[in-house]
Design a protein around this ligand. Sequence first.
Ligand code: CP
Length: 354
Amino acid sequence: MKNHLIDLNDFSKSQWDEIINLGEKIMDNPHIYEASCRGKIMGTLFYEPSTRTQMSFQSAMLRLGGGIIGFDNPTASSVMKGESLKDTTKTVSGYSDIMVMRHPVAGSVKAAALTADCPIINAGDGGHLHPTQTLTDMLTLQKEKGRLTTLKIGICGDLKYGRTVHSLVKALSCYEGNSFVFISTEELQMPSYITESLEKWHKADSLDEIIGELDVLYMTRIQKERFTSVDEYEKQASRYILDMEKLSKGKRDLIVLHPLPRLNEIAIEVDDDPRSLYFKQANYGMYVRMALILIILNYDIKPPVLLRGGVRAGIRCENPKCILQTETHLEHSFIECDGVLTCEYCETRKMYPI
Ligand code: CP
């Protein structure tokens, strides 16, 4: 068993706390850890653009004394010659002690983990999950609010394709007393597979009506790259914009977070308000990734259990954004929970008879 991180739920809640607490310790005394990964190599495979996740991981490994290899432009690798995900990741895992991968297709990192020879960390798989952003957000809440419990969290923007918010809501719902307000258009609502497991949540149409009640406002970008047409994207863009007029209705101890990059959903004028913590949040990301690398490589932890499903006669996953559509060696495998079948890779529930 390898210590992959595909979905935060593969780790136990006490392991999340361990990572966050270690992140805080590293932040306070970074010099203590500066040779902790000497001689280790991290492979970073970024099939999709990234600034923060890629560079914070690279910076994290360098600050721990390790080295890095990898690509951030697959067209400059043998992917361009048609190499499969399985073959690329299997090969790079032989050169690396740990791999970090971002890919535009849901379930891709799990698919890679099945044959990789070293631990692999999910740095974002399509519109599905982004667990290390969630660890970043949790460390930010721990540092800035002093707790991960009893928070009223408003999440605004693209809740349908926003992988960062899916992971965040799943994680924070495991802590006592948190409640959620989902602020989005009808078209970009939070998927039902997330809301079904929540106890305290409701929807809101406008930021104005709800901002005064929140402890945390988590803004997100409308992601053009997830829409099938520019028309559909333009109908959704610019619907929610946080400006000083709206922020003035927020509590004095409200904090505003955003995974970044932003477009126009937070006006530039908001950056100077002390409640705006999104750049600090990006910085916390490096420390929590240092902690994660250390724990995966150097600490004797109980490996997370990768949930495996099974083939069901007569059905296949038809999500066009699932890795099963391109990695054809993989079986269409499903996990059953409370009588409901979900695709093992992308968690979609839409399956069609063969
Ligand atoms: N938050 C985040 O994932 O940013 P990047 O896309 O720049 O990595």
